[in-house]
Design a protein around this ligand. Structure first.
Ligand code: PMP
Length: 285
């Protein structure tokens, strides 16, 4: 991703893609002092843009890293990146981090907080799984307690276990992994929330130790509009075999049906397909 044409917004300036670099003694590189957003633009406008910018600011606050930019300024930066790069359908990545500076120890209070926004074209996150259903492994790593880490922040530190879980799954031929939480309840995939269907009703884990995704909230709204009951609750692993359909939600994943999780199989059923299609039309409406 480093050697291409285009512009990246960094600390208020548009810089050439190839020159959008940081120093090796960047605090974030050593101590994960970084928060980010993943967003998608459809036809030139970012879906739920402001909500993403607000979450970025909130994530920064959650890790004691107040951002030196307002939501309005972040909004303007994202639009500038899309237009200068001539992008219409694109993935937008905003990232804020503690840079190199006065300190190189654990404390970063005297290091500058920096912000960058990049955007590029990015197709389906799970390849052809939207029609066939993604195959998920079960991760050995657990989502941590909110007393261990601010688990509602979209913070880089939380992604170490996601990357390890995804690597382990890919090594076995799966596209992703489903993670349990620190109590053993079903939590989410490594970059997407999870939903299940049983007897015409929907069940999804209570987001009390992981991201309450913007796509998740959107899909719950779509289900409510259809008068479909949504149970947000703790889900035991023993329930997995009783669910008929399953799908993932996320900005990158959009709505992606799941065909299997470890030994458990699911059909790519009517409701899953309807959610895939309705989400696709909603983001462009
Ligand atoms: N969980 C994790 C771990 C994620 O990385 C994401 C993607 N941001 C989500 C859930 C879904 O969040 P959203 O719908 O806001 O993209």
């Amino acid at each position: 991703y480093d050697d291409r044409d285009g512009k990246i917004w960094m600390d208020g300036e548009l810089v050439d893609w190839r020159n959008a670099q940081v120093h090796i003694l960047t605090h974030a590189m050593h101590y994960a002092s970084s928060v980010f957003e993943g967003e998608r633009a459809y036809g030139g406008s970012i879906f739920r843009s402001r909500q993403h910018s607000e979450r970025l600011v909130a994530s920064g606050a959650a890790i004691d890293m107040p951002l030196p930019w307002t939501v309005d300024e972040i909004e303007a930066a994202k639009q500038q990146v899309l237009s200068v790069n001539g992008l219409s359908d694109a993935y937008v990545r905003a990232v804020a981090w503690r840079g190199a500076g006065e300190d190189m120890g654990v404390s970063s209070m005297r290091n500058p907080v920096r912000l960058a926004v990049a955007a590029w074209e990015w197709g389906a996150y799970y390849g052809d799984a939207k029609t066939r259903g993604a195959r998920l492994d079960i991760a050995k790593w657990k989502r941590p307690s909110p007393e261990t880490i601010p688990s509602h922040a979209k913070a880089a530190g939380l992604y170490m276990i996601c990357t390890m879980s995804k690597h382990a799954a890919e090594a076995k031929g799966f596209s992703d992994a489903m993670m349990f939480d620190y109590r053993g309840y079903v939590a989410e995939a490594t970059g997407a929330n999870i939903f299940f269907v049983k007897d015409g009703e929907v069940h999804t884990p209570l987001p009390d130790c992981f991201l309450n995704g913007i796509t998740r909230q959107t899909v719950i709204g779509m289900l409510h509009e259809r008068q479909i009951k949504v149970h947000e609750r703790h889900i035991e692993p023993s329930e997995l075999e009783s669910f008929e359909q399953c799908w993932l939600t996320g900005t990158a994943a959009e709505v992606t049906p799941v065909g299997e999780i470890g030994p458990y199989g699911f059909e790519v059923g009517a409701l899953a397909r309807e959610m895939v299609e309705s989400y696709e039309s909603l983001v462009r409406s």
